[in-house]
Structures are given as C-alpha cells and as structure tokens.
Design a protein around this ligand. Structure first.
Ligand SMILES: C[S@@+](CC[C@H](N)C(=O)[O-])C[C@H]1O[C@@H](n2cnc3c(N)ncnc32)[C@H](O)[C@@H]1O
Length: 571
C-alpha cells in the first residue's frame, strides 16, 4: 500500500475494517457496529472515513469529471448515489466543488485510477487529495443505528413499528428487545422530529382493560401524555394515558362517517373521544348521540365537540352502552320531529350579510324518530351488547318499512327503515381466510340476536372505502356540473341505500379492518336489524339502571319547538 493512500492515516480504525473497506468501500459508510449498546452513546457513532477528494477547479468540467471518475465515486450504500460531500466534509463540502472518491485510488499511482481521470489530473483540471471524511450519529438513519445495536438476526424493523398519537410514539417492545427499550426509544425520538415522548405498553391491553386503555411507561422524552392532533379533518385533544385512541383507525372512522348523511340520526354507542361522531357531524351533518362509559373519554369528547363546533349536532353521554342503545332509541321516538338549528359560521364571523359576504345560512334539521345507524366499536365485547336490540321497537311496527314489501307498495312511504348496526369484533382469521372469519362471526351474531343470520358479503374495507371515495368524487364532480343550489338541508331519503349498504333481511356483511396481532384481526359486521328481532315480544325486561334513566328523560330534552340537546348529561 502506498504511503499516499488515505487509509493509513486512520489510526483509530482497526486492520480488519480497513481491509474490508478496500474490498467493499461502501461498508465504510455504514454505521459502526455497537452490538449490545444499552445506553445510547451518540459519540460512538462518529466514523472517520478514508477518501480521496477530487477538487474541481472549474464547475463547467463537472460532466466530464463525472464520466471520467464515475466508477471510483464513493457511493452511499443505501441509495447508490454519490455520498453528499456536505455530509462527509462539512463546511468545505459546502463551499467547494469537491467529490469523494474511493480510498483505493492512490493519488501517486495513475494505474489505480481510470485513465480519463488521470488525464484530467495531468491537464490540471482537477486535483486529487487524500482526505478524511467524517460521518456522525446525525448522518445515520434510525434503521441503520438500531441494526448496529440490536441482535442482528432478530432485528424486525422496530424503527418503523410505532404508532404516532400527537407528539407520542407508542412502541410495542417484546422479548429480548425489552433490554434495549430505552436505547430504541431514544433513537426513535432523535430521528423523528415530531416525536417528543416515547411510550410502551406495560401489560397487554387484554379484555381486563374495560376502557381499552393500557398502563404505559415513558421510555424517553417529556412525561406529558396530553395530546392534540388532527384526524379525519377534525381536531382532538385527550390524555393518551386515560382514554382509547388509535390513529390506525382513521380510514375506518372516515368510512363510517361518510356513510352518514345530512340529518341522519346516528347512535355511537362506544364513542371514545369522538372520532366517528365528530367527522360525521362536521363533514356530513349527521345528528349523533355519542356515548362512552369512560368518564375521561366523555370529558374529552365534550371538549372536542365544542372545539369542532358541532355542539348542536353531537350529544355526548356517559353511561353503559347496552342501556344507552335502548334509552337513546326511546328518547328519539319521543322527541323525533323537533328541529335543531346548526350555525355553520365561525363563532366570530359577523352575522350581518352586508358585512360578511361569506355568511352561510343557519341550517335546520328535523330530528328523525329512529336511528339510521348504530356504531359499536368495542371489538373485544360489543357483540355481547347485541341482545339490547331484541324487542327494541316492540309494538311500533307501523312506524317502519316492511322489508318484505317494496318501497313502492302503498303505505310504505314516509316510514323508517330499521336501523343498520355496525358492530366491531375480533377473529383469529385474517383477510386471507375472511370466509372462515365471516362464518364464525355470523354464528356469534346469530347467537346474541337469537336469530339465524347469514353471510351476505365479505369485503376488505380499505379497498371498499377507496372505491367509495372515488365514486363519490366522480358523483360530486358531475353534481357540480349539473346542480345549481338545491335541497341542502334535506335529510337523506328514507330507505335510500348505497350498494355497499344493501342488507336483505337477515344478511350480514363482514368487513376486514386490520390485523391487530398475528392471529387476531379486527372486523366490522354490518347488518340491518331484522324485523323479527326488532319487534319480538315480550321485549327485553328493563334493568334497574334503565328504569332510573327512563325517569330522567324529561331533562334530556326540553319540550319547546327547538330541541336543546343537553350534551353534557353525566350519570
Ligand atoms: C375500542 S374503543 C373505541 C373508541 C372510539 N369509538 C374509536 O373508534 O376510537 C372502545 C370504547 O368503548 C368504551 N367502553 C367500554 N365499555 C363500555 C361500555 N360498557 N359502554 C360504553 N362504552 C364502553 C371504552 O371506554 C372505549 O372508549
């Protein structure tokens, strides 16, 4: 080796590494190995790199130099482009035209370089100088760093495997990786500028966690679990340690919210902090009765409803879901027909149209007597609440469309369709075996309704949603072209169903939402409440709690013309 190669200048780096560097030069640019590092030492990732620098005297020659020296450029091992001189040589790389070459180039030996490059040197167009480059912790990505620390053969992409909730990254760390949890958390925080806190589950959320929250430990960053985030075009604030939130459900929240139409009455039985209810009201003007048993979720939902300015459309409650199904349905039967007013203008906007050309008219909605749909997202146990629908409308048959008759049959017009129920559940089968999952789920649903349901269709809901959105955009575009003004405030026509929502009596649709674990997937089961179940007599006996709540009906609604939904009723 000639004394002019830069390699020998690097006293810190061992022989083995240098040999490897000459054979596989790009290995020089990888993060140094620190297998087993448990406390993050950022300095230890500083790497001194032997290179030869090409100083370019006139930038007009760059193309020629590229052609001449391309085969000995020092390439980034990840994307195979020339390593950025600014990264490698700091300020000098920023200020000078300089390109790093492989350390195998010997500036004193023409035979170690391409002939065209030697020619350029002779012509004085470039100067080759042995030069040390430096890469630091900041230059390596999280994957690169973690791969160099964690047991290599079991490295499983942990740097990507976190979910982001506002400023909090939530990691699931298993097995031997738990020994490295702090170092992993620190790297994730360093490499993701929006992450300010990294948390990990202490125990499995399991069925013992009634409110689907989990005990968490803070692994890195500030110990503040109060988050503020945007999802489905709405704003949410909540304490991540006290309530349920899953950013991965945004698509599903959007999908259901988009099934809701203007003036529809919707009952969100386990509403959390409002991610179905608020977008359904904000974007689609549904009237949503939203309930959660967790007092903290309820409090956050109330604040989120106010923040998103949908207080006249979303009515938060804090009681048990089973009772809520029956009680809210009864309250609606009694109070449907009243009107509510919604002001779509920002609170501070001038209300005088002479000053404010953007002033929108106050919207009014007539409260339907019957919910269009129920949403039950508590996958671990929501199916067990289905018996609450048995006999829900016993004795009220004349109000409803008879599913055995066509809508055109005299006497059917103006009647309500029975509600659609969306109930979430888990099943051991994944998307590949969705038919098996659907069969098992159907059996369970039939059991709780005490009525033989059958599988009508299965879907991958992500795909279905994407298709629906495409169709909607098309429809909106053609509407824009043909409609000028129109029935802005008209509730969706009773009985109008989209093809996705064609539910023949007793038919369930089973939709795959996402995998939550290797043998656990989340599904959404949708069906129209069967006639026989809705009107079965004798209806279910009222529980003591239900009776108690029944007596409180009078304070739920004032009986004047414009209903003032209480919104803040807390048991
Ligand atoms: C999986 S989370 C879903 C929350 C929200 N719908 C969402 O999509 O983010 C289930 C929610 O059910 C609530 N919950 C648990 N048991 C309940 C019950 N018996 N009645 C009503 N809500 C309940 C929990 O507090 C939790 O907020």
């Amino acid at each position: 080796m000639s004394s002019s190669t830069p390699v020998e200048n690097l006293v810190e780096q061992d022989e083995e590494m240098l040999k490897r560097a000459l054979l596989h030069p790009s290995s020089l640019l990888r993060a140094p190995q620190h297998l087993g590092m448990k406390v993050l030492d950022r300095e230890a990732f500083t790497r001194r790199i032997p290179t030869v620098a090409v100083y370019i005297k006139d930038k007009r020659n760059i193309q020629r130099i590229r052609k001449a020296a391309g085969s000995v450029f020092l390439l980034d091992p990840l994307d195979r482009t020339v390593i950025d001189p600014k990264r490698l040589y700091g300020d000098e790389g920023k200020q000078t035209y300089i390109i790093p070459l492989l350390p195998s180039v010997n500036v004193d030996d023409e035979s170690s370089m391409p002939a065209d490059l030697a020619q350029l040197v002779k012509e004085g167009k470039v100067e080759l100088v042995p030069k040390e480059g430096i890469l630091t912790y900041a230059d390596f990505g999280s994957e690169e760093i973690l791969k160099s620390i964690l047991p290599r053969d079991r490295y499983d992409g942990i740097h990507r495997g976190f979910t982001l909730t506002g400023h909090i990254a939530h990691l699931n760390i298993h097995g031997e990786f738990t020994n490295y949890k702090e170092v992993i958390a620190q790297v994730i925080m360093d490499k993701n500028p929006t992450v300010e806190t990294v948390v990990s589950k202490i125990e499995d959320v399991g069925s013992h966690s009634e409110f689907r929250t989990f005990p968490m430990e803070i692994l890195a960053g500030k110990s503040d679990t109060q988050v503020s985030l945007r999802s489905s075009g709405c704003h949410y604030e909540f304490d991540f340690a006290k309530v349920y939130w899953n950013s991965r459900l945004e698509n599903e929240h959007d999908r259901i919210a988009n099934l809701c139409a203007k003036g529809d009455a919707v009952c969100d039985v386990m509403a959390g902090v409002g991610p179905f209810a608020i977008p359904a009201a904000r974007h689609n003007r549904a009237l949503v009765w939203a309930n959660d048993l967790n007092g903290d979720s309820y409090e956050s939902m109330v604040r989120n409803v106010e923040k998103n300015r949908v207080s006249s459309l979303v009515y938060p409650f804090n009681t048990d879901g089973r009772e809520f199904i029956r009680l809210s349905s009864k309250a609606l039967l009694r109070d449907g027909g009243k009107t509510i007013a919604f002001d779509p203008n920002p609170p501070n906007a001038p209300r005088d149209p002479a000053i404010n050309s953007k002033l929108k008219p106050i919207e009014t909605y007539t409260i339907p007597k019957v919910f269009k749909r129920f949403i039950m997202n508590l996958p671990a146990s929501a199916v067990e609440f289905l018996d609450a629908y048995i006999g829900l409308y016993a004795g009220l048959e004349p109000l409803f469309q008879d599913p055995s008759k066509s809508l055109a049959t005299p006497g059917q017009e103006g009647k309500y369709p029975l509600p659609i129920i969306h109930v979430y559940t888990f099943n051991r089968h994944n998307l590949k075996d969705i038919d098996e999952a659907a069969k098992e789920i159907c059996q369970v649903v039939s059991g709780y309704l005490d009525y033989p349901m059958r599988v009508e269709r299965t879907d991958n809901l992500k795909d279905l949603y994407a298709q629906t959105m495409q169709a909607k955009t098309k429809e909106n575009n053609s509407k824009k072209a043909t409609i000028s003004g129109g029935a802005e405030n008209a509730p969706s026509a009773p009985g109008k169903v989209t093809s996705e929502e064609y539910f023949p009596e007793g038919g369930i649709s089973v939709g795959y939402v996402r995998a939550v674990a290797p043998v656990k997937s989340m599904y959404c089961v949708s069906f129209r409440l069967p006639w026989e179940v809705a009107f079965r007599t004798p209806p279910k006996q009222l529980s003591e709690m239900e009776k108690k709540l029944e007596q409180m009906k009078s304070i739920w609604l004032k009986s004047d013309e414009t209903a003032q939904w209480p919104g803040k009723l807390k048991q």
